[in-house]
Design a binder for this molecule. Sequence first.
Ligand code: GYE
Length: 365
Amino acid sequence: MKRQTLKTLLTGSALLLCALCVFFTGCGNIVAETTEEKAETSSHSDEDKLTIGLSQVGSESDWRMASTDSVKAAFSSAEGYNLIFDDAQQKQENQLKAIREFIDQGVDYIILDPIVETGWDSVLTEAREAGIPVIVYDRGIEVDDEDLYVCWIGSDFKLEGERACVWLEEFLASRGVNRNINIADLQGTLGASAQIGRSAALEEAVTLNKNWRIIARDSGDFTTAKGKEVMTEMLNKHGRDINVIYAENDNMAYGAIEALEKKGYTAGMDIENGEILVISFDATHNGLELTLDGKIAANTECNPLYGPRLTEIIDTLEKGGSVEKVTYIDEEQFSGISYIGTIQVRNRPYTVTYLTEDLINDRQY
Ligand code: GYE
């Protein structure tokens, strides 16, 4: 009886144990299911999101930071994107690596702001083989097969340079300056389309204006620090012989101004009295403040707000629409002087906006 009871008890316990096991396993299953379900739900909503691999040049300038802020805001998770952002620190090899990683990750789109124009054929062929569309923006690329990318949207950098040079011609004419003009060209990253276009426009202008000469030319890599360093070397060599600094972006202009002020020179428009006239590009907030002060004579805008333009392209593609292969964006030009209101470039008028503090504060970057 006792044995029987024990047996019954044991059997009962075993049954209870089994029941508990079943229950807990069940529970386990329920827990697992719930987690799985959850994972599925969130991966579902993640799946709804487009995954974008974006290869950014670096963080070398104010312009670049504004551009990064713009794309990050536009491709936010709240807007329905899963953005994989890579900062290449101004090295093309880092961009090539990032693009290959995007391909491995199977992103939906690759967006590229290329540091330099050449060297993209192989990696873009790999992207095409993986069936991933590539959108290029800001700086451009040179590839054998234009079908390697869907489209490019960016600035006409040569036109920016032409506008800057025509402004200088008009300014010198308005002041009756007839002397030889010695120019120091502070170039951007060599091989970048922003550098190629802006430098080419200056070369052309020097050919057209017989009394203009480029007496110094070197790359400041679009940064303040390098701009200052290169300008210091140029001033050591040429000193007051330099009349005009053609800085191919605002950050190099800041560096150049710091360098010349350190040596006791003045950045300004009175060339006849030894001031050094600075021309710049980008029209960022600080660049425009210096333009309002007259330390930068004219500042030709390069608009960095690419986020909304890129999401619009992707929206169109997602809806099965087609996009323009090449799109140039409209840009402005600013100066702290009021009397050059319009210039003629490529046979059409371009406005030069007379700056005010309010205008600077109303801008988005
Ligand atoms: O002018 C400069 C930046 O690619 C247009 O790159 C851009 C240039 C811009 O570093 O500030």
